[in-house]
Design a protein around this ligand. Structure first.
Ligand code: GLU
Length: 500
């Protein structure tokens, strides 16, 4: 027997943004398809017309494109297939596995409450018992009804083998007579998903564990219609630190893929991070290229226990899981410089800091600066915040850094002395920079650290940064000289003002 070609799908309901958990579901499906040489399908579950705006759907497309998760066939829009779904419901009615429930809303509610009290699931016994002729007569007379699945009575269960959780089953006694069509005739999610998966010839349904209880009902529909049942595998949930479900309403932007892009995370790093939420390659690898992920992915490597996202909305450094941020730093430091430069250009452009010289006469210096400062950065946004002094003369001095490093009474003279030596030195390279700095300190009777820290703050406005001598070379002699003098003058002015 030849094996069926793999067809998997990602079936988001548009909600205005792409949820991190949905992105992970999409990624796992995509990895699986790519590994098996199969097909990755996209289905937009847009039957809720109010939420399914163009913006909402675009947010899904944008998020998937950003993550590099390309789909193989035209996206299917669920709302365009409601007629087919209705026909399937009609077939079930004809087969006697569905029934019209004419109960009024009040009646249904009363029954539901009574059933619940007695620990029973919803069954409209009287309606189940209506003869086909009587049921049809009432429908033709225009009496509204909900079409329900007639869960088999008299024992038995819906069972399947989940790719992650193993054999699972639920007794029929625990499955209510769920709706297939609403009283306005529109198909219910439970039915539409099955019809679409069948029509799309999906071979494996890989989706969140929150759909597990739906799977039993969906299997009943497949069986009733005599359709081949796909394989199922359910992914553990991603939880907030307090173990509640990650929700945008409760937890804010940490839940939305767009926030990661907006905050300067790299798609490759974010993809790597979410791949490891509830899945592991079976060894201790963490940093993995997309090809490595494709090769290593397996349903067997999916964890049964829920993944926990460690974030703390009160701490700006922990707006999302620190591991995501750490990973991004790793990617920033290690990606090919050629691939990083355009991203930095775009950030600088948005911040009004881009200068065309950076890719013409100053191209080499620009690349050196990016290479030097990226090692300490965690997000591409850092290039315009912490990195600002490396790209413009218009930067401020961090007051904390000034207090720490510029307070020495002799500092203006030390900075000027360094500027003078730099200006007249016969060469400008790392050893020269280092010996000039140390020389100025020694002559004035200070520890080298005093001049190193002072100069660093004068040159960048900051107390920390890359190696001071390297940064001097990266900035270039002229800029070093003018910044040292500017800072020395500023310090003198401030002191004069303070004593006036
Ligand atoms: N539209 C559903 C959701 O966004 C997914 C349905 C499915 O994967 O079967 O949660």
């Amino acid at each position: 027997m030849t094996e069926q070609p793999v067809r998997v799908r990602f079936a988001p309901s548009p909600t205005g943004y792409l949820h991190v958990g949905s992105a992970r579901t999409a990624l796992f499906n995509w990895l699986y398809a790519r590994q098996k040489g199969g097909v990755f399908l996209l289905r937009i579950e847009d039957t809720d017309r109010q939420r399914s705006t163009k913006e909402s759907i675009d947010a899904i497309f944008d998020g998937l494109r950003w993550l590099g998760l390309d789909w193989d066939e035209a996206p299917r829009y669920q709302s365009e297939h409601m007629e087919t779904h209705r026909k399937a419901a009609q077939t079930m009615l004809e087969l006697g596995v569905a029934y019209r429930d004419f109960s009024s809303d009040d009646e249904a509610e009363t029954r539901r409450a009574a059933d619940r009290k007695e620990g029973r699931v919803y069954r409209a016994a009287k309606m189940r018992a209506l003869s086909a002729a009587e049921s049809k007569r009432r429908a033709v007379a225009g009496e509204p009804f909900v079409l329900r699945f007639k869960v088999p009575a008299g024992g038995g269960s819906a069972s399947f083998v989940d790719g992650v959780y193993g054999p699972l089953s639920r007794s029929f006694d625990e499955i209510e007579d769920f709706a297939l069509l609403r009283s306005d005739g529109t198909p219910v999610y439970m039915l539409s998903v099955v019809c679409d998966d069948y029509e799309m010839r999906v071979t494996l349904v890989l989706r969140g564990q929150d759909h597990l209880t739906n799977t039993y009902k969906q299997i009943l529909i497949y069986e009733a219609l005599g359709w081949p049942i796909p394989n199922f595998a359910h992914l553990p949930l991603i939880l907030a630190p307090d173990r509640s479900k990650l929700s945008k309403r409760k937890h804010g932007e940490v839940v939305s893929v767009g926030a990661y892009r907006d905050r300067g995370l790299l798609a490759a790093a974010f993809r790597n991070f979410i791949a490891l939420l509830g899945w592991s390659p079976g060894d201790d690898r963490e940093i993995m290229t997309v090809d490595e992920l494709i090769a290593a992915f397996s349903i067997g490597g999916i964890n049964k226990s829920n993944a926990v996202f460690n974030f703390d909305p009160a701490d700006p450094k922990k707006w999302t899981d620190p591991k995501a941020i750490w990973m991004n730093g790793h990617y920033l430091s290690n990606m090919p410089l050629d691939a990083l430069l355009p991203l930095v250009k775009s950030e600088l452009g948005q911040a009004g800091l881009w200068d065309d010289r950076f890719e013409r006469e100053d191209a080499r210096q620009f690349a050196e600066i990016v290479a030097l400062i990226r090692a300490r950065f965690y997000s591409t946004k850092d290039f315009v915040t912490l990195g600002r002094p490396y790209f413009t003369e218009d930067f401020g001095i961090d007051p904390e850094a000034a207090r720490k490093n510029l307070g020495e009474i002799a500092m203006p003279d030390l900075l000027d002395a360094l500027a003078n030596h730099l200006e007249t030195a016969s060469s400008f390279d790392l050893p020269t920079a280092e010996s000039l700095v140390r020389g100025v300190a020694a002559v004035a009777g200070f520890k080298a650290g005093v001049v190193i820290n002072g100069a660093r703050t004068a040159l960048t406005g900051q107390a920390v940064g890359p190696s001071m001598f390297h940064l001097m070379i990266a900035l270039g002699r002229d800029r070093c000289v003018s910044r040292l003098r500017r800072c020395a003058n500023r310090l003198r002015d401030e002191r004069a003002r303070a004593t006036a």
